[in-house]
Structure formats: structure tokens, C-alpha cells
Design a protein around this ligand. Structure first.
Ligand code: PNS
Length: 167
């Protein structure tokens, strides 16, 4: 492995889940630095603002802050990776249903930036059913998501939906 290897872990992270945390932690075993890269996309309907998502990720990885950078990006991921000097994108694979979309993205990113490789890490079985969208749905309906997200994210979801109930 080259010295100071850098990998980008991109996503919407709306919000960070234990599935993301697992992929980030396992990427840290392979790469020196990971850049958790939050897509800032005004057209996508997100529950949390980019600033809130960045803060939740930073606070959840406070103890690893020397190796986990948390940044936002707009535009093409392939261009962002070039600007950051990263040649590897890490994505988590939960199930076969993720495969087609993920391979399509990997091929598209490589066609846009020939130096870019995508590495897939298969999530732990216990996280394989967790997605940000399902977590939001369950939390909005009052379900317990405490085993699916970091504690800070659980608190943020609770206060967001408590506020909405009071409206
Ligand atoms: O967590 P998500 O929503 O599955 O992440 C998707 C993400 C952010 C990785 C993807 O939408 C992305 O890279 N968007 C940036 C725009 C881009 O580069 N598109 C072309 C390559 S597919």
C-alpha cells in the first residue's frame, strides 16, 4: 500500500447510520485517511441540512479526527476526488440489490476519471437492512432506531420529529 493512502467515502448521509459507521471504521483499517464526503445537492429533499450532517459525522468520529476528514462536495464526485488527490472511492454493499446501481456508478466514475478505483466493503450482516431512508421513516413514526444509528444521530432524529409533532 502506498504511503498516506487516502480513500473517499461519499454519500448523502441523511443521516449517518451504523452501517456507514461500520464501513468507515473498516476503511480505516485499510487506508491511512478517509474523507467522508457529503453530497450537497439542493435538488434532493433531505431531512438534515449539510451543516447538520457534517456535524453529526464529525462528532461521531471525534476520537478519530486525525484520520477522518469530513467534507462536503457539489458537482461530480470524480472531479472532487481529483481535487482531493484521492484515487479510491469506498462504498458499502448491503445486498445484491445494491450491486447494479453501485457497479454503474463505479464504471461511470472511472470513465470520468481513469485513475479512480471503487472498492466495495460488504457490510456486517447486522447492518445489512439499515438504510438512512428506512431509519427516517421508522423514527418519524415513533419507532426505536437506537440500535441502528450512533447516539448523537438518535438524539437529532428524536428532537427533529418531536419539533415536527409540536407544529
Ligand atoms: O448515499 P447515496 O445517496 O447512495 O450516495 C450517492 C452519491 C452521493 C455517492 C452519488 O449520488 C454521487 O456521487 N453524486 C455526485 C454526482 C456524480 O458524480 N454523479 C455521477 C457519478 S454516478
Amino acid at each position: 500500500m502506498a504511503e498516506n493512502s487516502v480513500a473517499i467515502i461519499p454519500g448523502s448521509f441523511d443521516p449517518l447510520t451504523n452501517g456507514h459507521v461500520d464501513v468507515i471504521q473498516r476503511a480505516l483499517r485499510i487506508f491511512d485517511t478517509v474523507i467522508v464526503s457529503v453530497l450537497s445537492n439542493s435538488s434532493k429533499d433531505c431531512l438534515f441540512s449539510v451543516e447538520e450532517r457534517l456535524r453529526l459525522i464529525r462528532d461521531s468520529f471525534r476520537e478519530e479526527q486525525s484520520r477522518v476528514q469530513v467534507k462536503t462536495f457539489t458537482g461530480l464526485l470524480a472531479d472532487f476526488a481529483r481535487r482531493e488527490g484521492a484515487r479510491v472511492i469506498v462504498r458499502g454493499l448491503r445486498a445484491v440489490s445494491d450491486y447494479d446501481y453501485e457497479v454503474q456508478m463505479a464504471l461511470m466514475n472511472r470513465s470520468l476519471n481513469d485513475e479512480l478505483e471503487t472498492v466495495f466493503l460488504v457490510t456486517r450482516k447486522r447492518n445489512s437492512f439499515i438504510s438512512s431512508s428506512l431509519v427516517k421513516q421508522v423514527a418519524a413514526l415513533g419507532g426505536d432506531v437506537s440500535s441502528m444509528v450512533p447516539p448523537l444521530v438518535g438524539q437529532a432524529l428524536q428532537s427533529r420529529f418531536d419539533k415536527e409533532k409540536k407544529k
